[in-house]
Design a protein around this ligand. Structure first.
Ligand code: ZN
Length: 289
């Protein structure tokens, strides 16, 4: 099981989040048969959404990345309890490493958007997006946070994939400037972050989230530690709700085929068998509305 930490610098001028989520990424890789570059891209998105979820007291946050590259749309969701799930449209896309690195930016593409949807269980959900900068995800997320949420942020995300495709390391950190931080403090911090080894290198050397933040800050106070697990929120009721949302015509067409329906969850590959009687009931429900 991985975990997330939330922390604040002793000067209270920066806040920081860090995650280790190797097991989460390995779980999704096995569930969805992800190629190495798909593991790296979705793994970074999952680490990113885990960092964003660090602030939630309730509800969930969804990260949507659509850069027009061969992987197609990437979705990653995290909630306040540390449950993560994610999916990528084309999990089997294979791209050769370039300079010994998986070409995530190329696989994701950069002609498109990164969107964040926050659902805090209120009437309205909060949604905002910015254009992709590189498709490498960490840079895109930092740009989104700095521009759209107007909190100057540094983000680092990394997934290390073994030659057999299994996940050796996954995680990342997010540092955000608080209003009291001076220009000088920001510059010092930027220098420190620049001098850090790659995040995958730190994680594969066994650096914990606490130890990673200690590399950046001389003195930091951990406010919270939260376990992270891959868990899907799908269930039969939600599948029925989705079928209702398809509408009358679609359900009538399904009935005409006269066969029960197999619905597979994109996130966890759970199979839901919907028999004819259930489809008839859903259709009657729509007609009565
Ligand atoms: Zn599911």
């Amino acid at each position: 099981m991985g975990y997330l930490i939330k922390a604040v610098s002793s000067s209270k001028n920066f806040r920081a989040f860090a995650v280790e989520c190797k097991e989460v990424v390995e779980t999704v890789r096995k569930l969805q048969g992800l190629s190495p570059v798909a593991s790296a891209a979705l793994g970074r998105a999952l680490a990113g959404v885990a960092l964003l979820s660090g602030d939630l007291k309730i509800g969930k946050v969804l990260l949507q990345i659509n850069g027009g590259g061969p992987l197609g749309e990437i979705l990653a969701e995290g909630n306040w309890e540390g449950y993560l799930r994610g999916t990528v449209r084309n999990p089997e896309v294979y791209l050769k490493p370039e300079n010994k690195k998986l070409p995530v930016g190329k696989a994701v593409g950069k002609k498109g958007y990164i969107s964040v949807v926050k659902d805090l269980g209120l009437k309205e959900v909060y949604q905002s997006s910015t254009q992709l900068v590189s498709g490498e995800i960490a840079e895109d997320l930092a740009y989104y946070l700095t521009v759209s949420e107007q909190i100057p942020s540094a983000v680092s995300l990394g997934v290390l994939v073994d030659t057999d495709g299994s996940i050796l390391a996954a995680g990342g950190f997010l540092i955000q400037k608080l209003p009291e931080a001076s220009e000088e403090e920001v510059q010092n911090l930027e220098e420190k972050i620049k001098k850090l080894p790659y995040i995958t290198q730190l994680l594969s050397q066994g650096y914990t989230p606490e130890k990673i933040l200690a590399e950046i800050f001389e003195d930091i106070r951990i406010l919270e530690k939260r376990p992270l697990t891959y868990q899907c929120a799908c269930n039969l009721e939600r599948v029925k709700g989705m079928l209702i949302a398809l509408g009358k015509k679609e359900l009538e067409d399904i009935l005409k085929e006269g066969k029960s329906l197999e619905v597979i969850c994109n996130f966890c590959r759970e199979i839901y068998l919907i028999d004819i009687k259930t489809i008839e009931d859903l259709l009657n429900f729509i007609k009565k509305r």
